[in-house]
Design a protein around this ligand. Structure first.
Ligand code: NAP
Length: 249
C-alpha cells in the first residue's frame, strides 16, 4: 500500500544551513521524517534538527563527503537501519567559486565538480534503488539560474549546474516508468551564506538587474521543492523550474 505523504522520509543534502535548512524545515512543518545531511557544520545541523523536531518531525542528522561513494553507501546503511529510507531526495549541497577561468586550478575545478555534480549522481544512484523498487519517489536537484544562462567569473559553477540540468532531464526519462520523478529547481540569487562573498555594492547591482528588485529568501525556494515532492505532482518530471524574480525567462 502506498505511504501517506506525511509518513514519507525526505533526505536533504547540505541541510545544515541556507536553502537546505529551509527545505528540511518546510517538510518538518507537516510532520514528515527528515534526514539532514551535512559535511562539517555539525552544530548548525543540530540546530536545524532541533527546530524540525519541535515542529513534530522525526529527525536524523548524517554526515558524508558527497564525492565519496563509500561514505554515501554508509549513510544509506545507517538510514536503512533506522527505518529512514528516503522517498524524497533533495540534492541541495553545493559550492560556488568566483573568479576568472584563467585563474582556476585543475584541483579547484575537480573539487567543485565533485560536490556539485558527482554528489548528486552518487546520491541519486544509491537512493533511487529503493524508490524504483517501491515504484514511487521524488528526486529534486538544486540547480541555478547560471546553469541556464551562464555567468562570467562562474564558469565552473555554471558548467556544473548546466550538467545537473541535463542529468535531471535524462534521468527523468529513465525513471518515469518506475513512478519516480526527477526535477530541478534553478534559483536566481538567494539570501544565504553562499552570497556572503559579495559586497553590499555588488549585491545592490545584482538586485537592480532583477525585475522583482530583490534576492529570494530560502523559504521561497523550499516551497517550490515541497510542491514538486507532493504525490499530486507526479506528472511533472524532467523540468528545470527557475525561481528568479523574472530575471531569466
Ligand atoms: P550554503 O548556505 O553555502 O550551504 C551549502 C550546504 O552545502 C551546507 O549545508 C554545506 O554543509 C553543504 N556542503 C558544502 N560542501 C559540501 C561537501 N563537500 N559535501 C557535502 N556537503 C557540502 O549554500 P546555499 O546558498 O544554501 O546553496 C544550496 C544550493 O543552492 C547549492 O547547490 C547552490 O549551488 C544552490 N544555489 C544557491 C543560490 C544562492 O544564491 N544562494 C542560487 C542558486 C542556486 P557543511 O556546512 O556541513 O559543509
Amino acid at each position: 500500500m502506498e505511504k501517506a505523504f506525511k509518513d514519507q522520509t525526505v533526505l536533504v543534502t547540505g541541510g545544515s544551513r541556507g536553502i537546505g535548512a529551509a527545505v528540511a524545515e518546510r517538510f518538518a512543518s507537516v510532520g514528515m521524517n527528515v534526514v539532514i545531511h551535512y559535511r562539517e557544520s555539525h552544530e548548525t545541523a543540530n540546530e536545524v534538527a532541533r527546530r524540525c523536531t519541535s515542529a513534530g518531525a522525526r529527525v536524523m542528522t548524517v554526515t558524508a563527503d558527497l564525492g565519496c561513494r563509500e561514505q554515501i553507501l554508509k549513510m544509506n546503511e545507517k538510514l536503512t537501519k533506522h527505518g529512514m529510507i528516503p522517498d524524497i531526495l533533495v540534492n541541495n549541497a553545493g559550492v560556488s567559486h568566483y573568479g576568472m577561468l584563467a585563474d582556476l586550478s585543475v584541483e579547484e575545478w575537480d573539487q567543485l565538480m565533485s560536490i556539485n555534480l558527482r554528489g548528486p549522481f552518487l546520491c541519486s544512484q544509491i537512493f533511487m534503488k529503493a524508490m524504483v523498487e517501491r515504484k514511487y519517489g521524488r528526486i529534486i536537484n538544486i540547480s541555478s539560474i547560471w546553469g541556464m544562462a551562464g555567468a562570467s567569473c562562474e564558469v565552473a559553477y555554471s558548467t556544473s549546474k548546466g550538467g545537473i540540468n541535463a542529468f535531471t532531464k535524462a534521468l527523468a526519462k529513465e525513471l518515469a516508468p518506475s513512478g519516480v520523478t526527477v526535477n530541478a529547481v534553478a534559483p536566481g540569487p538567494v539570501n544565504t551564506e553562499m552570497m556572503a562573498g559579495f559586497s553590499v555594492e555588488e549585491k545592490a547591482a545584482l538586485e537592480h538587474e532583477i525585475p522583482a528588485g530583490r534576492f529570494a529568501q530560502p523559504d521561497e525556494i523550499a516551497s517550490l521543492v515541497y510542491y514538486l515532492s507532493l504525490p499530486e505532482s507526479g506528472y511533472i518530471t524532467g523540468q528545470i523550474i527557475s525561481a528568479n524574480g523574472g530575471w531569466v525567462t
